[in-house]
Design a binder for this molecule. Structure first.
Ligand code: GLN
Length: 470
């Protein structure tokens, strides 16, 4: 586009054509607004022609459907928001528009981002482009699958307990969760507000870093936003691995890790070591309590943040007896099973008789975890682990086993508990399915982590392999 070989409109049209011909088989998108996308492309062209282009001007992007887009339906894959048209853009969307990026459409997710397979969507199934019988992971499954399938060069996801990194891992692409507070949550439909963070899904670390720079930075509209500049891109390629120290927590390499995954992670660690990194096994005992703690804190917060969906202010309204009857019926019909289960668990954990035993105890474990990780970062630059203990599973295979699904978050949850930046890279294949390597750094070390990930990516021969067209 910059060299004028292609116009912005041609590029956007090419992606829209791919989606139109192939997404029926994959199911990534809930909403496509082709007219608006082409108008965005014309706007980008005008920026280019005026010499005002930024690095991502004219680049199309797919948006997880829990991020508010003015005038474009935003459903969180829930019946309770069917037809909802946000009156404003999320800060990340406004920033991408300022960069002249093109909004292609909205992608499928687990309802309100609660899930690990994208099977909790009220509307459709999303498939993994590496094997259409399998799940793309979740909850940002639509966004991850869209990037892997070549429907969009970039996408946005949200990550509360792993929802950017886990689908990136299962789809063989890059997924990055910035430090909590570096990316504004204004306009992201809240799930667990102390854990949620928006971030990029991309084909390469470089692409992920470019999009991170475009969407991050202080935002007065988000009270948890950090008063810091954007995640800076310019030194991405100036990093070196020589002399760095990385920790490898043994708790993230337990027997639940599939042998195929284990083999690929071990190979990557060997490659990282030969590039001059000293990799040491450590113990971080609180990791073992991450899943149980998260599944108290996240539902507790969700029971509060989802209280706003009463059928009065947003989305469709059911008929019921009186005000209470109407709210009850709207919520009973509008929310799916998993969302209801979490609201109930969260309400229970916060109730007077149980608050200390559940919620308070979980917050104490969270504090302990933060403390243990801080200690590790005194001696190490980075932490390495698998992103997911298993590769992409068949659709339906874990649908009736909520505990097994939740255990898949084991390695990703700590980063949300502590606010650490975290990234997943494709490090290889087990039985033809992608394996994700997770890299973690101390809070606020986003630029360093991206530098490190960029170096590691160069060591991984499969990092940018793509599936055949669906
Ligand atoms: N799988 C986790 C859950 O179900 C994380 C989801 C997320 O990060 N949004 O809550």
């Amino acid at each position: 586009m910059a060299s004028r070989e292609l116009s912005c409109r041609e590029v956007t049209q090419a992606f829209l054509d791919r989606i139109a011909s192939d997404d029926e088989k994959v199911g990534c998108f809930l909403t496509i607004d082709a007219e608006r996308a082409l108008a965005d492309a014309d706007h980008a062209q005008a920026m280019l022609d005026r010499g005002e282009a930024k690095p991502l001007t004219g680049v199309p992007v797919a948006i997880k459907d829990n991020i508010s887009t003015e005038g474009i339906e935003t459903t969180c894959a829930s019946k309770i928001l069917k037809g909802y048209l946000p009156p404003y853009d999320a800060t990340v969307i406004r920033k991408m528009r300022d960069h002249g990026m093109v909004i292609l459409g909205k992608t499928n997710l687990d309802e309100f981002a609660m899930g690990t397979s994208t099977e909790n969507s009220a509307f459709q199934v999303t498939r993994n482009p590496w094997d259409l019988k399998r799940s793309p992971g979740g909850s940002s499954g639509g966004s991850a699958s869209a990037v892997a399938a070549g429907f969009a060069p970039l996408a946005l996801g949200s990550d509360t307990g792993g929802s950017i990194r886990q689908p990136a891992s299962l789809c063989g692409i890059v997924g990055f969760k910035p430090t909590y507070g570096r990316c504004s949550r204004y306009g992201l439909v809240a799930f667990g507000s102390s854990l949620d963070q928006i971030g990029p899904l991309a084909r390469t670390v470089e692409d992920a870093a470019l999009l991170s720079e475009a969407i991050t930075g202080w935002d007065p509209m988000d009270s948890t936003s950090l008063d810091m500049p954007e995640v800076e891109f310019k030194d991405l390629k100036k990093g070196s691995l020589k002399g760095l120290r990385a920790a490898f927590p043994k708790e993230m390499f337990g027997e639940a890790v599939d042998p195929g995954v284990r083999a690929e992670i071990e190979k990557s660690i060997t490659a990282i070591e030969s590039a001059g990194v000293e990799v040491t096994q450590v113990s971080i005992p609180s990791i073992a309590f991450g899943v149980t703690t998260y599944y108290i804190i996240a539902p507790a917060e969700a029971s509060s943040t989802l209280a706003r969906f009463d059928g009065i202010r947003f989305g469709p309204r059911a008929e019921g007896k009186g005000h209470i009857g109407q709210v009850e019926k709207t919520r009973a019909e509008g929310f799916g099973h998993e969302v209801k289960a979490r609201i109930m668990i969260g309400t229970y954990a916060l109730s007077a008789g149980y608050y200390d035993a559940f919620y308070l105890r979980a917050q104490q474990v969270r504090a302990l975890m933060t403390h243990e990780f801080q200690k590790v970062f005194q001696d190490f630059d980075f932490i390495i682990s698998p992103t997911s203990p298993i590769t992409a599973f068949e659709l339906g295979a874990l649908a009736n086993d909520p505990m097994a699904l939740k255990m898949l978050d084991y390695c990703t949850i700590p980063a949300n508990m502590n606010g650490m930046p975290a990234i997943s890279l494709n490090c290889g294949f087990a039985d033809g399915l992608p394996v994700g390597l997770q890299l973690l750094a101390a809070p606020l070390q986003d630029e360093k982590l991206l530098q490190f990930a960029h170096c590691v990516e160069q060591l991984l021969p499969d990092a940018t392999r793509r599936p055949p067209a669906p």
